[in-house]
Design a protein around this ligand. Structure first.
Ligand code: AMP
Length: 282
């Protein structure tokens, strides 16, 4: 991959990278289109990264279908698919890990202690393997995207990290490869997650900025689910991921929801940019 990338760079081509774990959906495709629009060459990596799954998580049952993914990416005219084997990425004796301190220990990092260390380690390898100029990540995994942008900045990586909006089903459910795990009853209740974020948005639009009040309304809405339970609802500073009490002008925030249907954990969020007069949300 790296020698191909070197040749492309020698030809003066700009390279865009879309890291994924495969089982592609429209969320991934929107990142691919973002990359295609801004780069001469687009590389999509497909790698279910064992280092970011704890032993009790879903590494083994994570959905995989490389043939299907290939067809989707061929239709999108993607230039390269980089789908290495775990043994090539982590050969015996592999011992170098990248960690973004602090940000990796809060919220998702508290629940999944090794997760972000695995993510930053693989993404750094992908940056080095592909020599990409631009990399595309989804706001869907807001903390991950923030950590990766921080990693690139702290390490002076010669790559620009782009964070793209969340792609949703028509009923509002954020697309995720894990949605396939849901039973039909769970799937119909999963819509409550994005609806709870919509309620939060409406509160903020009418100037209700007290986080306890917003979270309570979200909790109430989510309690309508019979087949699942919220793991957490948090309102955090978008830079530190520390919880806040009040949404204030001058700040950027995320409202984060993690929701569990049995072993299936779904996450979603709302970004609030309140640096100007009026909060802009997406
Ligand atoms: P994954 O294959 O789940 O590791 O995701 C690969 C990339 O796609 C990550 O940057 C995700 O944040 C992004 N992504 C996943 N779901 C969505 C979505 N619904 N909308 C936008 N981006 C997404």
């Amino acid at each position: 991959m790296q020698s191909i990338a070197k040749n492309l760079k020698r030809e003066g081509k700009s390279l865009g990278l879309v890291p994924t774990m495969g089982f592609l959906h429209e969320g991934h495709i929107s990142l691919v289109r973002g990359s295609k629009a801004a780069n001469d060459v687009t590389i999509v990596s497909i790698f279910v990264n064992p280092a970011q799954f704890a032993p009790n998580e879903d590494f083994n049952r994570y959905p995989r279908d490389l043939e299907r993914d290939k067809k989707i990416l061929e239709n999108e005219n993607v230039d390269y698919i980089f789908a290495p084997e775990a043994a090539d990425i982590y050969p015996p004796g592999f011992s170098t890990y990248i960690t973004v301190e602090e940000l990796s220990n809060v919220i998702e990092g508290e629940i999944r202690p090794i997760h972000f260390k695995g993510v930053t380690t693989i993404v750094n390898i992908l940056f080095n393997a592909t020599l990409a100029d631009n990399a595309y990540f989804g706001q869907k995994d807001a903390q991950q995207a923030t950590i990766l942008a921080k990693m690139a900045a702290d390490q002076c990586a010669p790559i620009k990290v782009h964070i793209e909006p969340i792609v949703r089903e028509t009923d509002g459910l954020a697309l995720s490869s894990r949605n396939i795990y849901l039973s039909s009853e769970e799937r119909s209740e999963a819509v409550l997650i994005s609806q709870s974020l919509k309620i939060a948005k409406e509160f903020i639009e009418i100037g209700k900025y007290d986080c306890a009040v917003i979270i309570k309304a979200m909790q109430k809405h989510l309690s309508g689910a019979k087949t699942g339970l919220p793991d957490y609802i948090k309102i955090v500073n978008a830079k530190t991921f520390h919880s806040i009490d009040k949404i204030e002008q001058g700040g950027e925030y995320f409202i984060l929801v993690a929701f569990k249907f049995g072993k299936t954990r779904l996450i979603d969020n709302l970004y609030i940019d309140y640096r100007e007069e009026i909060p802009v949300m997406q």
